[in-house]
Structure formats: C-alpha cells, structure tokens
Design a protein. Structure first.
Length: 314
C-alpha cells in the first residue's frame, strides 16, 4: 500500500444528506490505516446546510477539488435545480485534470449537469433514474445496479449503495484483502457486486422465516466445495425453487452469480496474501482450475490473475 496520501474531496452541496456525506469518512478514514486524506468541502468554506436541519462545516471551498485525486459528491435535496457555474466549472476542471469523479445517489445529477456523464453508463437511486434519463438524455441510465464504474467516473445508487461504492474504491485502489478488512470494521457486507439489483420488490418474495444470511455465511466458509443450489437450499431447509426465489428477493442476484462473485473475491484475497500457484488458488476458492480462474477474472474484472497479483502485491 502506497504511503503517499490519496486526497479525497467530499463536496457537500446545499441541503446535502448527512448520512451520505459521512459515508466516505466512515469507510476511508478508519483504524485500518488507509492512506486517504479525506476533506469536506463546499461551494465556499464554512457551514453548509443539510437536509437534516443542521449544518456541516466545510474545511475548504472549491479550491479543494484542484488537488484531489478523487472527488465524491453525495446526495443533495435540490438535485433538479441548476448548480452555480463555479461549482460546475470546478467539477469539469477536476475531471479534466484526471481526478476520479464519484457520486452517491442523486449526486449523479451534479456530474450530469457538468456534462461528465454524457455518453456514459451511469446510475442513481432507483426512484430518480427516470428523472436522470429525462433531464439528461445523453446519459445511459441503468436503474438496475448498485453502482457503475466507468474508470474515471463512478456513480452509485442510494443510501447503502454509498457504502458499497466506497468499499469498491478501496478494493480498486488497495485490493480485496484490505477492502474486506475495512468492511469488517464498519460491519458491512464485504462485497456486493455492482451489478446486483438495487430495487428488490418484496411483494414477490416467498416467506423464508429467518432469511438467508446464515446460509450465505455458511457458503462463504465452504467456497472450496462444489456447492450447488440444492446444497444451499438444503442448508436453509427449504426447496430449491423457494430458495432461489428468496435469494433473488433478498440479495438482488441469483445464487450461482453470487457464488461466482464470492469465489472471485476470495481468489483476489489469496492472490494478494499467498504465493500459491493459480491451480491451488482456483481449487481453494472453488473455481476448479487455473483456466476457470482466468476465465472468471477476465469476465468479472477485465484482467488476469497474474496482472492482478502484480498490481496488489507489494
């Protein structure tokens, strides 16, 4: 992990949502010791009104975006109102300089106003996706995902997805082992695939009395085994059909897709922390062979296990 600080500017716009303003600080500033220097800024330094009826105090104004490597814009109430020209100019300049631009929930509207989402796939809270698509037709709005990573621009859905996207930033910058350690410190799910559904209609969910968290935890402890949906359903004491429906209703993804993502995440940790060969890692995380490991890495991460290891082994 690099010792040089990674400057993160969290831009609180008027009537920002306090919970989402706090998410980058909660995830990126913690006892794991990540090299992030996270700073709250506003259109000007000083108090910024929030939707909670109390202000937060911005340490700096828009000049904070000039030396930030990552800029995060949390949700704010008046997202359909035009932003001041100096705010839009600062967002555009930060992006042009090479900063990674990140939005949480309707913070995506600020990036869209600045033109940073034109021609890109993006998301926001499911309840506002139609608005985003209507107001900014040049944006390819995806309402069915937790977050979208376009490399230099990352957008996420609302509330809990803000934690997911912050953990995704850690995983991107420092690898799965560090991100999973951070997740444990904030008591969050260690990895939710960005492609999971953000809106899950509960009316269609079958009744599974205690939920499936215990079965998912059991599966994570048995990834090396050739798990099937039948195995998972048996652990949950329900039929396969009921299990599959309940799993999608509870997580927004299918059991097999979830298992594959969990196995790839485990493989990432092993590549970072063990000097094992590809076949041993593939076996340990339930992917079978080195060929299968490379296939899933290419499909899910657009890289190879060898390149991933070179990036995150220091």
């Amino acid at each position: 992990m690099s010792s040089s600080p990674h400057r993160v500017a969290v831009l609180a716009l008027p009537r920002a949502l306090p919970m989402e303003v706090g998410m980058p600080f909660q995830v990126l500033v913690n006892r794991v010791g990540l090299p992030y220097d996270v700073e709250l800024c506003g259109a000007t330094a000083g108090p910024v009104p929030t939707s909670g009826g109390f202000p937060v105090v911005a340490q700096r104004g828009l000049e904070a975006l000039e030396d930030a490597r990552t800029v995060v814009v949390p949700a704010f109430r008046d997202h359909l109102e035009p932003l001041p020209p100096d705010v839009l100019d600062a967002l555009r300049a930060a992006h042009a300089r090479g900063a990674r631009m990140v939005s949480i929930c309707v913070g995506a509207f600020s990036l869209a106003q600045a033109g940073l989402l034109d021609g890109r796939r993006a998301t926001t809270h499911w309840a506002f996706c139609d608005e985003l698509a209507r107001e900014f037709p040049a944006v390819d709005v995806d309402p069915d995902v937790l977050f979208v990573d376009e490399g230099d621009v990352v957008t996420s859905a609302g509330v809990a997805a803000g934690i997911d996207v912050c953990l995704h930033l850690v995983r991107t910058d420092h690898g799965a082992a560090v991100a999973n350690e951070v997740a444990r410190t904030v008591v969050a799910a260690p990895h939710r695939d960005g492609g999971q559904a953000q809106f899950i209609p509960r009316v269609a969910a079958p009744a599974v009395e205690a939920g499936l968290a215990a079965t998912r935890a059991w599966a994570l402890a048995h990834l090396a085994e050739p798990l099937t949906v039948a195995d998972l359903a048996r652990h949950a004491h329900v039929s396969e059909r009921t299990f599959a429906r309940a799993f999608v209703a509870e997580t927004g993804t299918s059991p097999l897709r979830w298992l594959t993502a969990a196995r790839v995440d485990r493989a990432r940790e092993l590549l970072e922390t063990r000097d094992w060969g590809a076949d041993r890692i593939a076996s340990a995380c339930g992917l079978g062979t080195a060929t299968n490991l490379r296939l899933h890495f290419r499909r899910l991460l657009a890289t190879t296990p060898a390149d991933y290891r070179r990036t995150f082994t220091h």
